[in-house]
Design a protein around this ligand. Structure first.
Ligand SMILES: CC(=O)SCCNC(=O)CCNC(=O)[C@H](O)C(C)(C)COP(=O)(O)OP(=O)(O)OC[C@H]1O[C@@H](n2cnc3c(N)ncnc32)[C@H](O)[C@@H]1OP(=O)(O)O
Ligand SMILES: O=C([O-])CC(=O)C(=O)O
Ligand SMILES: [Mg+2]
Length: 297
């Protein structure tokens, strides 16, 4: 699966941010036409984003556009303009049912046909932002071949739950696990929600460590300063890379001797351990970091 640790939201009506955001090393950029854009700016934001998508700088970067819901006054216009402009992925906000995804899939198919784009090349990332959506996560995750992932939208989700976000994220644990399970069962990616305080690096890192440990592929971001913090956190340490190499070597030796299971310093090395070591070495290609004191205690 493609490396997508950081998905940076860029407000679609902010001309300076839209034209500059290619300078930031996010794995993908999400131009927003939905909640970050005021009603009176919806039409100008759509044009601004469509223009940016056609610029060579953005052609080289994976582009995502969060469109307005299809049943809103702006949704279909967003979709027409953005697909013609060559977007890679449509982020659906507030997805509640498989029907929402199927309707989006059908609308995209018609537009691809009308503008001569190869059928099926526009992908969908469905954001789930309500308790109803969470109960439907499995159905949503399997509703379309276009789906490359599902994401949590926690600001709307806690509003719908009638609570607030806490530093520990206890109120989000069920939703996060539901999204992750549904994504993995469907063979697609899982993305965590934004951390909304762009100046609180410690709070951001605590949340990012939690979602990495749960198994998420990446996270939606609101500020460029969060990109490097996240990439660094997702990078394996030198010690982990060294250990993974030793595991692969031990496994190769065991295979040559016709053994299924071996031990390395007392720890059992079997097929899942070998598979995880390979995944870690794959991730290490995007960067390695130094271990922090006390990290492995
Ligand atoms: C619940 C939801 O729906 S979340 C999704 C929708 N929300 C968004 O898209 C918001 C995106 N983020 C932002 O607009 C901003 O980061 C804010 C408002 C949170 C903070 O703004 P600021 O205080 O100006 O941020 P900060 O001082 O860190 O900005 C530093 C630089 O990064 C730029 N920048 C900040 N955020 C972004 C961004 N998301 N995308 C691109 N550039 C950005 C600023 O323009 C500034 O550039 P400059 O140095 O060339 O002037
Ligand atoms: O999808 C996200 O992370 C941002 C968002 O809209 C929300 O939290 O409601
Ligand atoms: Mg939202």
């Amino acid at each position: 699966m493609k490396l997508r640790r950081s998905l940076l939201f860029v407000p679609g009506a902010n001309a300076a941010m839209v034209s500059n955001s290619f300078i930031y090393p996010a794995d993908a950029i999400i131009f927003d036409l939905e909640d970050a854009v005021a009603l009176q700016e919806k039409d100008s934001a759509r044009l601004l984003v469509a223009h940016a998508l056609q610029h060579p700088f953005y052609r080289e970067r994976e582009s995502i556009v969060r469109v307005n819901p299809l049943d809103s006054e702006f949704g279909m216009a967003d979709l027409h303009t953005i697909i013609r402009a060559g977007v890679d992925i449509i982020r659906m906000p507030k997805t509640e049912t498989a029907r929402d995804v199927i309707d989006m899939d059908n609308a995209i198919s018609e537009i691809e046909l009308a503008c001569g784009r190869s059928p099926g090349t526009t992908a969908i990332l469905a954001a789930i932002e309500s308790p109803l959506g969470i109960t439907q996560a499995n159905q949503i995750a399997t509703a379309s071949k276009r789906l490359m992932g599902i994401a949590l939208g926690a600001e709307d989700y806690v509003r719908n739950l009638k609570t607030e976000r806490s530093p520990q994220g206890t109120e989000l644990l069920f939703a996060r696990c539901s999204i992750l399970q549904a994504a993995r069962a469907a063979g697609i990616q899982a993305f965590d929600t934004v951390y909304s305080d762009s100046e609180n690096d410690a709070g951001f890192l605590r949340e990012a460590a939690l979602i990495k440990q749960l198994g998420f592929d990446g996270k939606s971001l609101i500020n460029p300063r969060q990109i490097e913090l996240l990439h660094n956190l997702f990078a394996p340490t030198e010690q982990q890379v060294e250990q993974a190499r030793r595991i692969i070597e031990a496994a190769q030796e065991a295979e040559q001797c016709g053994l299924g299971i071996v031990s390395l310093n007392g720890k059992m090395i079997d097929a899942p351990v070998i598979e995880r070591a390979k995944m870690l070495l794959e991730r290490a290609k995007s960067g390695i970091r130094e271990e922090q004191e006390g990290e492995n205690l």
